[in-house]
Write a protein that binds this ligand. Structure first.
Ligand code: COA
Ligand code: AMP
Length: 629
């Protein structure tokens, strides 16, 4: 069957389509049906099934005689470590860790926060939780103590599993003081912490609360897989929204298994046993779906890469990893390729490596600009497939289904809707617009399996954020269009989310931090175009009356405040003091126009602007930062 038949069947007969896809999963109790609509517009998939994620990702491959196959390759140019773990070893390691967690009281439904860098132990911690039916929430290492504290208070973990440190080029990231600081700040306190001590830094443990990763597991009884119901949360992953409070996206167990398994062959075109590499981080959704769960559920070899596209040691690292581990399909964010292109514009370094195993490159996480796509096509000599999705959906909304039927690539488009996603472009009134017309991108409910059923402890916020604007639809928060051939074009966010180096960040969250500075009366943060990172945050600060300290000093303090509160990943380095902000007469800050000015684009003067002269002031402020040329 080609793409069109597959896609049309998924919409015309979702029961048949998704029950058939479910046959690839090992169930403890098979689902009686796929879709449960009793709580519409909240939908659930395979709710009455019983299943275990860890069994499907690990044990079943051992049971099928593939225990000797490599499950995880840790390739860490920042530490010099290269390590392979096969499926049998992975099972023993995960069962032992799960046994130790259970011995300390972690049970089905308990939450466990994981705060770890790109080491195999991070995946083992995720799988150990899945083995017990505990709900993990992985927090990205680039977030500061305050962000970790917010997540501790929201999901109330019984335990936290952390590493002693992470390694960024040129510096060791001290996780332990961040963890201790977060626990001090949070109202909820975990019962215990497990610390994976790395050679680069041995952290000081707090007696009675912290356990060493190895000592903790010594002599414990390994745990078997605990069956959970199909709608049981596999994990919570926090993502940025409009306000400072992150949204806890829930992933339900059964739909997650079915959808990811389907995607590995049909989208990423890999067969069990082949190596698949997503160069992201376990702290992001790409890391959850395509470093940990997807490849393991499907029986692939996954690469855990601890390094950067450049500087570890050079712009040939990605090619080295792909060639050495015979990677078939490779997934990264366009920003990583832009970094390589900047260091090695002609792509000389790839010539040092045998790239014959690679079939295709997949890009996601941010808009893939045509220059980067064309460069990658030329240098890598494989098809380049952009695909579009979000933390909320867990897998591609739109992509090129290369393993089912490779469709012609249109540069700048992530191709077509994936099965189960009935994507529509709507105007402000919720009416569908004609092909080629820009609008809000929405997906007609229900969303397919694997997507979020709701937000953790925040059903009202879920409805408000995603379902209320266009009744009967899921609002993606992206704007774009569909062309005559059904190809999608993703243009911009409709909210305050920006995308910096493939990292999703909230300008609202940064504004909240800036507003807490005693000298700042009012502020705005926008995302300006950046050649390397796609976007970069820029802050505008209006000072409290009577403050006459040096502006550079205040700016410096504000930059530090965002780094300390949100974390280095916010990459907040540009801010400027202005007298006032451009607003509509009703007081709304005109952020979209400020972005246009920063990016040196033309704009229409809004009829509702309070005082047009302010825009000139904004322009010169931006010019002082090297923007608005
Ligand atoms: N732990 C701690 N700090 C981290 C971190 C982590 N896991 N990841 C990033 N940071 C820090 C960086 O060290 C940097 O700190 P600095 O301000 O002291 O230099 C800061 O956060 C900003 O990081 P980043 O925006 O990634 O910029 P960079 O200059 O370090 O690297 C790229 C630029 C393009 C090489 C890098 O962003 C990259 O490889 N991106 C790939 C994108 C990706 O994996 N996206 C995931 C979604 S698919
Ligand atoms: P995240 O939840 O971090 O995966 O970020 C999701 C957001 O990143 C989407 O809503 C888009 O705004 C953006 N995004 C992801 N992939 C693409 C893509 N292929 N093209 C354009 N934007 C993308």
């Amino acid at each position: 069957m080609g793409y069109t038949e597959v896609y049309e069947r998924s919409l015309a007969d979702p029961e048949g389509f998704w029950m058939e896809a479910a046959e690839a999963i090992d169930w403890v109790k098979k689902p009686s049906k796929a879709l449960f609509e009793a709580n519409a517009p909240l939908y659930e998939w395979y709710k009455d099934a019983e299943v275990n994620t860890c069994w499907n990702a690990v044990d079943r491959h051992v049971a099928a005689g593939r225990g000797a196959q490599t499950a995880i390759i840790h390739d860490s140019p920042v530490t010099g470590i290269k390590q392979k773990i096969n499926y049998s070893q992975l099972r023993s390691r995960v069962a032992r860790l799960a046994g130790a967690l259970r011995a300390r009281g972690v049970e089905k439904g308990d939450r466990v926060i994981i705060y770890m860098p790109m080491v195999p132990e991070a995946l083992e911690a995720m799988l150990a939780c899945a083995r017990l039916g505990a709900v993990h929430s992985v927090v990205f290492g680039g977030f500061a103590a305050h962000e970790l504290a917010v997540r501790i208070d929201d999901c109330q973990p019984k335990a936290i599993i952390a590493a002693s440190c992470g390694i960024e080029p040129g510096r060791v990231v001290h996780y332990k003081p961040l963890l201790d600081g977060a626990i001090e700040q949070s109202s909820h306190k975990p019962e215990f912490c497990v610390i994976f001590q790395r050679e680069e830094e041995v952290a000081k443990l707090i007696e009675g609360r912290d356990y060493d990763w190895h000592a903790f597991q010594y002599g414990v009884e390994p745990a078997d897989c605990v069956p959970v119901s199909g709608d049981h949360p596999a994990y919570i992953l926090y993502t940025s929204g409009t306000t400072g409070a992150p949204k806890g996206v829930i992933r339900a167990t059964a739909g997650h298994l079915v959808a990811l398994n389907w995607s590995m062959k049909n989208i990423y075109n890999v067969n069990p046993g082949e190596a698949f590499w997503a160069a992201s981080d376990v702290g992001w959704v790409v890391g959850h779906s395509y470093i940990c769960y997807g490849p393991l559920i499907h029986g692939n070899t996954t690469i855990v890469f601890e390094g950067k596209p450049v500087g570890t040691p050079d712009a040939g690292t990605f090619w080295r990893v792909m060639s050495e581990h015979k990677v078939r399909s490779f997934f990264t964010a366009p920003t990583a390729l832009r970094a390589i292109k900047r260091d090695d514009p002609k792509g000389e370094l790839i010539k040092n490596y045998d790239m014959s195993h690679l079939r295709a490159l997949y890009l996601a996480g941010e808009r893939a600009d045509p220059d980067t796509i064309e460069w990658a096509q030329r240098v890598m000599q494989v098809p380049v497939y952009d695909h579009w999705w979000q933390t909320e959906t867990g897998w591609a909304i739109a992509g090129n289904p290369a393993g089912c039927e490779a469709l012609p690539v249109k540069i700048g488009s992530p191709t077509v809707a994936m099965p189960g996603y009935d994507v529509r472009i709507l105007d402000e009134g919720g009416h569908e617009v004609a092909p080629g017309t820009l609008g809000a991108i929405a997906v007609k409910l229900p969303l397919p399996p694997g997507t979020l059923p709701t937000l953790w402890n925040a059903e009202e916020r879920f409805c408000k954020s995603y379902l209320n604007t266009f009744p009967g639809y899921y609002e993606t928060g992206d704007a774009g269009m569909k062309d005559e051939d059904g190809y999608l074009w993703i243009m911009a966010r409709t909210d305050d989310v920006i995308n910096v180096a493939g990292h999703r960040l909230s300008t609202g969250a940064m504004e909240e931090v800036l507003a807490s500075h005693p000298d700042v009366a009012e502020c705005a943060v926008i995302g300006a175009a950046d050649e390397l990172k796609g976007q970069t945050p820029v802050g505008f600060l209006c000072l409290t009356k009577g403050v006459n300290r040096a502006h550079e000093e205040i700016v410096k303090e504000c930059v530090k405040l965002v780094r300390d509160q949100i974390g280095p990943v916010a990459a907040f380095k540009l801010a400027v003091v202005v007298d006032r902000l451009p607003k509509t007469r009703s007081g709304k800050i005109l952020r979209a126009i400020m972005v246009k000015i920063a990016d040196s684009q033309s704009y229409k003067m809004p009829a509702t602007i309070d005082d047009p002269a302010i825009l000139d002031e904004i322009k010169s402020a931006l010019q002082s930062l090297g923007l608005a040329k």
